[in-house]
Design a protein around this ligand. Structure first.
Ligand code: C2E
Ligand code: CA
Ligand code: CA
Length: 756
């Protein structure tokens, strides 16, 4: 390393200068003596000489270097204190005596003793100083190293002399040794360092690199030596590096760190943290750079990953709510967003049930599948985000946003038509979609305003029968605000018992006698009056609440049955698949049966959305539990499900309820009539009890009865009424419309029919 050698070279310069000065002084002295001799008496001259010598010696003795002057005849004519101390002699004893008699303690580099003559004789090469050692008393380590330089000065008067300067270099020597020691240690450490290291010259050229550095750059140590370091840099990061180097070189900083990219020999880019220090000479002049390079590609990837994670949904990789809101606010902040920005809110229909029925793994599969559908429907025209369980939002940015919104919404429904295959099951997914264009109102209200507009449209789509798209109009906002108020009140209402069952009679069609009741829930709202299930059941998103409500309604139904005079009339409770799976519902039904000593056949379960009840699930297990305990299970809305016929054979079902949409057209609509007849025949074939609902006219009742529908309910026979009203009507003195009588329950819950 040049810097270390430089330190050793510099003392020579110092000594050389000192010697030249001394020669000049000595020459002046002698010439002065000679001139004095010529003009004055010897005594005068001697006196003057004495005075000058004193002054001269005073100058010399204040110097850090020692000086000895030996006359032509070998007599020591001058010896400074520093020089006497350096070679370990008594100055006054030695002055004036002959050099040959001088006993000194000196050794050469190989520790061989030197004679005084050998030390002070002018060398053949005057420019090269000799180095002598002056051993101390504390063993071989205790050597003082002295640079000795002797110069012969010729002079006609005295016959010339030898001027010798002595300079103690012990400190420098030790420093040099330590440096060379640490230099080799540094080299060893550098070679084996796991971190990339390089020594770089002031032209930013690689002088030395280690293996780790070469590996990082995808090259070899020998190939890299001499290469300009900049050639390895990613072009985009060159300027930053240059700026920092400049500041370092100019002394504005001692060191700098920079994270930057390098291009490997194979063309791949690596991220690295570059640490650069500038090594300077003792005087401060820059010598070279010491560089450390640490591969930060992994860190970088990791931090990019973390940043991505903070902004994305880990399951689907879509943007999360935070990112979506940022994006939306950004596009709304751009000039004139009204024709170019819109939002689509997407909510899956029946997702909670799917999750419960098929398990979370399948639920996750479905979400990933939907994410794919949304991405391809959006086709780069916006940002797709998942903002909650099964809620998605697409921020659309397009020159013709309204056209894009409709196209994307259409593509979503079309994309979801392709069923999701999970093991043996084909799962049909549907979504309710709401779209809203940015307008002056929403721009003022910012992102939240446009989002809630799309949300309101989506809720409208749900309310209008799901699996469809609705476009926002301002009247919707009131509705959606209304909904959220109701949702907030629901928990308390359940607690207070404001949700009550009304009972609609079910008749035996041939005899027109009441055999049971369907229990339908109503919310007796303190200010809004009686609310029907359509107004609030969809707000029941919290599973705990749904369970709580289910349990309360079972209790109400059981109390109703106990008070009912007909000991075998039954009540059917509506249960959606959402409420099943954790056996809470089955436990409360079986618990009520036990507590009120009811025949299990008197509580009947009506199952909706049965098409989603797959085999080997907890819901199926819960239904089987009920059926095994003697509780009949009816399939509600028969004829509308996607695959009810295949499930009919597999599910533990005792009967079916014909969906009222078929009944409505009877007898005028030939299709409705045909389907009603066919479904009745099928149900009977399977040994199932048959109940038709929505019977409003006498002709409907007659037709259905003829087609084999044994039981029926509807406004023809009575609307759903509160328990007190129904129980009051059956009192013997009451003017009752319906005379309940004992009936043989048609159900065969334990299954005389095969369930295979
Ligand atoms: P659903 O089980 O199909 O109930 C029959 C619906 O038709 C009831 O509406 C009933 O009031 C109505 N209805 C009865 N007779 C006639 C008729 O002759 N003509 C016409 N057009 N309609 C008639 P509601 O009470 O609004 O219930 C709607 C749905 O809410 C029910 O459909 C059922 O799926 C659900 N639901 C009701 N109560 C409960 C409950 O306690 N728990 C659960 N999970 N769902 C319930
Ligand atoms: Ca029902
Ligand atoms: Ca129904």
């Amino acid at each position: 390393m040049g810097g270390l050698l430089g330190l050793l070279e510099r003392p020579e310069v110092v000594v050389g200068t000192a010697v030249l000065v001394l020669i000049a002084v000595a020459a002046t002295f002698y010439s002065f003596v000679r001139t004095a001799r010529a003009r004055q008496t010897r005594d005068d001259a001697l006196a003057r000489e004495k005075g000058l010598r004193k002054q001269f010696e005073a100058i010399l003795s204040s110097a850090r270097d020692g000086v000895i002057v030996v006359s032509h005849s070998g007599e020591i004519v001058l010896l400074t204190d520093v020089a006497a101390e350096m070679i370990g002699v008594d100055r006054t004893a030695v002055l004036g005596s002959g050099l040959s008699k001088l006993q000194i303690h000196a050794v050469d580099e190989h520790m061989r003793p030197l004679l005084a003559y050998e030390v002070f004789a002018p060398g053949r090469d005057d420019a090269r100083p000799r180095i002598i050692g002056v051993p101390g008393r504390r063993g071989s380590q205790d050597v003082r190293w002295v640079h000795v330089r002797s110069v012969a000065v010729s002079d006609a008067v005295t016959g010339g002399a030898t001027v010798t300067t002595l300079m103690d270099t012990t400190g420098l020597q030790e420093a040099a040794e330590a440096l060379s020691r640490s230099d080799s240690q540094f080299r060893r450490a550098m070679e084996n360092a796991p971190m990339g290291m390089a020594l770089v010259d002031l032209e930013w050229r690689l002088m030395e690199v280690n293996r780790a550095f070469a590996e990082m750059m995808g090259s070899t140590v020998s190939a890299l030596r001499g290469t300009p370091f900049s050639a390895l840099s990613h072009p985009h990061d060159l300027q930053a590096e240059r700026d920092q180097l400049q500041r370092l070189y100019e002394g504005h900083q001692n060191h700098f760190s920079l994270e930057k990219r390098y291009v490997r020999a194979d063309g791949n880019v690596v991220w690295a943290v570059l640490d650069v220090g500038l090594v300077r000479y003792a005087g401060g002049a820059p010598d070279h750079y010491v560089v450390q390079v640490r591969d930060s590609t992994d860190d970088r990837l990791h931090s990019e990953l973390m940043a991505h994670r903070a902004m994305h949904d880990p399951l689907t990789g879509l943007a999360n709510r935070t990112l979506m809101q940022d994006v939306l606010q950004q596009v709304l902040d751009q000039p004139d967003p009204t024709s170019r920005v819109g939002v689509i809110a997407v909510d899956l229909d029946g997702f909670k049930g799917l999750n419960d029925r098929f398990g979370h793994a399948t639920g996750d599969n479905a979400l990933v599948h939907v994410a794919g559908v949304l991405r391809s429907a959006t086709a780069g025209r916006g940002t797709v985000a998942r903002i909650g369980g099964d809620e998605f939002v697409i921020v659309v940015q397009d020159p013709d946003a309204s056209k894009a919104l409709y196209e994307i919404a259409g593509a979503i429904h079309a994309g979801l038509k392709r069923p999701l295959q999970v093991k043996r099951h084909q799962i049909n997914l549907h979504a309710s979609v709401g779209i809203a264009m940015a307008d002056d109102d929403t721009i003022q209200g910012g992102a939240p305003s446009l989002l809630s507009a799309a949300d309101a449209a989506m809720y409208r789509a749900k309310a209008l029968g799901k699996s469809r798209t609705e476009v926002y109009d301002p009247s919707m906002r009131a509705i959606s605000e209304n909904q959220s108020i109701l949702a907030g009140e629901l928990a308390q209402a359940i607690e207070r018992g404001d949700l009550v069952l009304h009972y609609q009679p079910v008749m035996e069609l041939s005899t027109r006698s009441v055999v049971g009741y369907e229990a339908l829930v109503r919310w007796q709202h303190p200010t809004r009056g009686l609310l029907l299930p359509g107004a609030f059941l969809s707000l029941l998103e919290d599973r705990k609440l749904a369970t709580q409500l289910g349990t309360a309604l079972v209790e109400q139904a059981a109390q109703f049955l106990v008070q009912h005079s007909a000991g075998n009339a039954w009540v059917s409770l509506n249960v959606s698949a959402d409420q099943l799976g954790d056996s809470e519902f089955a436990n409360s039904v079986l618990g009520a049966i036990a507590r009120y000593h009811l025949s299990p056949q008197r509580i009947v379960v009506e199952l909706t959305e049965a098409s989603l009840v797959a085999p080997n699930t907890r819901i199926r297990h819960e239904l089987t539990e009920l059926r095994n305990a003697g509780v009949p299970i009816l399939l509600d809305d028969f004829g509308t499900g996607v695959s009810p016929l295949s499930y009919l054979r597999d599910l533990p079902v005792s009967g079916v309820k014909l969906d009222m949409s078929f009944v409505a057209g009877i007898p005028e609509d030939p299709a409705g009539a045909r389907v009603s007849r066919a479904l009745g025949a099928l149900a009977r074939e399977l040994g199932l009890a048959t109940i038709a609902e929505g019977i409003e006219t006498e002709s409907q009742a007659e037709f259905l009865s003829k087609c084999g529908w044994r039981y029926g309910q509807g406004w023809l026979f009575g609307v759903a009424q509160p328990a007190a009203a129904v129980l009051g009507q059956q009192m013997p003195h009451a003017d009752s419309l319906i005379e309940p009588r004992p009936v043989d329950l048609p159900f065969d819950p334990m299954g005389t029919r095969s369930l295979g």
